[in-house]
Design a binder for this molecule. Structure first.
Ligand SMILES: Nc1ncnc2c1ncn2[C@@H]1O[C@H](COP(=O)(O)OP(=O)(O)OP(=O)(O)O)[C@@H](O)[C@H]1O
Ligand SMILES: [Mg+2]
Length: 450
């Protein structure tokens, strides 16, 4: 069902205040009333409205003055003025002061209904534009996921099944296993896909800014808050908020996020008004959140609130069918990117892909295939560049003379030289990657030269 349009009706005439709501009773409106200009401004501080209907003659502050004040509030509702004056003049003054339109009393209820709908559409469009601006800044390029393994097929099938629900989802998995890809894919399969997903890396926002990034702030909330700011939660209204690296979220924000997840309400920094937002949350982490709970850096209650539905993406080397499909998919992609349609993997390269354990998962595979395609000289890719722990020998000796089975010492030397090549001969860096001291590396290199 569509959300009710929230209307604030302000008039000091008690008969009119009773009459109009009765005439509008069958509509999808939620009508609140006020009798003074002061109380209109008070109520607007505390609650959100789509439209305000305001009488020009109010007992305390003139309706026009109230209108002018409302127009200075950012993301303010549109205002329809009521006037008993049949001459054009008051209406024009109201329009000049920023009214959406005006109605001359006695009000025709059909005209009122029509105006309420139009004005609230405008209010919502203005607010949505503000939100889209924030969301657009966080956009992640859409990736068509590639998967062939049984486990991935099961994950994507289940993800598609729950995509349309509003339940919170937690995605875990090592770095580079495809958590972003899955989160974006779920959003794209949900009823919220028309709006962009709002993504945030919880580890990347400085702790002192985190609250205002999430919740936004009111004009004047602190020094430098010259303009009201729309936060990520508001930007994700009617869409999905992707909380990446949720394990890095500061504890103070975890409490506030939990409160928002419980009741859909939040408050801008410096505001006394609760706002609502209809947000679907998907969180991801490559950390063990249970360990975070044990050491006190992650709240247990938030954890249980987030993992209502949970997906665990296994490391790439545990999904050989995905590995093959992904390496072929990436080869196709980079062949066209680099204008090399003839390129193919040799059997040796295929074996190298199969046997390497891909600690950086899909990200490492993608980068390795891109680098390899960019550097390839012939039609065949003889080896994958820049991966170190392969059981397949490459690089140090020409591929043709490559022995099938080699000694450990040969493998060690080959590996050390490859690492050195990769770090441009920097021995400190190579030693640290290899997990040996620089002295040991120095000694081994001397042996090789001998
Ligand atoms: N199933 C897939 N199909 C196609 N590309 C994929 C797939 N999974 C991952 N990728 C690609 O691999 C890279 C890493 O994926 P992603 O960013 O989703 O990993 P992640 O798990 O979020 O990593 P991190 O924990 O470091 O944030 C991206 O370039 C992504 O496009
Ligand atoms: Mg990620």
């Amino acid at each position: 069902m569509q959300q009710k349009l929230r209307v604030l009706l302000a008039d000091d005439d008690p008969v009119f205040l009773r009459l109009l709501p009765t005439q509008l009773a069958n509509e999808n409106f939620e009508i609140s009333t006020a009798t003074t200009g002061g109380s209109v401004l008070d109520v607007l501080e505390k609650r959100e409205f789509d439209v305000v209907i305001l009488d020009v003659d109010l007992p305390d502050i003139s309706g026009i003055e109230v209108l002018k004040t409302i127009r200075t509030l950012e993301s303010a509702p549109e205002v329809i003025m009521l006037t008993a004056d049949t001459s054009l003049e008051t209406g024009l003054t109201a329009m000049r002061a920023g009214a959406y339109d005006y109605i001359t009393k006695p009000a025709d209820s059909d005209q009122v209904k029509e105006l309420i709908r139009k004005a609230s559409d405008k209010t919502r469009i203005v607010k949505q534009n503000q939100r889209l601006k924030v969301a657009a800044a966080t956009r992640y390029p859409g990736v068509q996921p590639i998967f062939e393994s049984e486990i991935s097929k099961r994950i994507f099938a289940e993800a598609e099944r729950v995509a349309g629900m509003d339940a919170t989802i937690l995605i875990t998995g090592e770095s580079g296993t495809g958590k972003d890809v899955l989160a974006n894919w779920i959003h794209s399969k949900s009823g919220r896909a028309e709006l962009p997903i709002v993504s945030v890396n919880c580890g990347a926002i400085p702790e002192n800014l985190v609250e205002s990034e999430f919740f936004g702030f009111e004009k004047g909330a602190f020094t430098g808050a010259g303009k009201q700011k729309v936060g990520l939660i508001e930007a994700a209204d009617a869409s999905t908020l992707f909380l990446d690296e949720i394990g890095e979220m500061p504890l103070s924000l975890q409490v506030k996020l939990l409160m928002f997840l419980e009741n859909g309400k939040f408050r801008k920094v410096g505001s006394v008004r609760d706002q609502t937002a209809d947000v679907r949350v998907i969180a991801a982490t490559n950390k063990d959140l249970k360990a975070g709970i044990s050491d006190g850096s992650f709240r247990a209650d938030l954890y249980y609130r987030l993992n209502i539905i949970m997906f665990e993406l296994p490391p790439l080397h545990e999904r050989p069918e995905d590995l093959e499909a992904l390496s072929n998919g990436f080869l196709e992609r980079f062949k066209s990117k680099y204008g090399r349609p003839e390129l193919e993997f040799s059997n040796a390269a295929k074996r190298q892909i199969r046997e390497y354990n891909w600690p950086g998962n899909v990200r490492e595979l993608k980068n390795a295939v891109e680098r390899t395609v960019a550097l390839a000289s012939g039609d065949k890719i003889e080896r994958i560049h820049g991966i170190f722990e392969s059981g397949v020998i490459s690089g140090a000796v020409p591929t043709e003379s490559k022995p099938e089975l080699v000694s450990l010492a040969w493998l060690e030397k080959d590996h050390i030289l490859k690492v050195l090549e990769e770090v441009n001969g920097n021995r400190e860096a190579a030693a640290s990657i290899l997990g040996i001291t620089s002295r040991t590396l120095y000694r081994k290199l001397k042996e090789y030269r001998a």
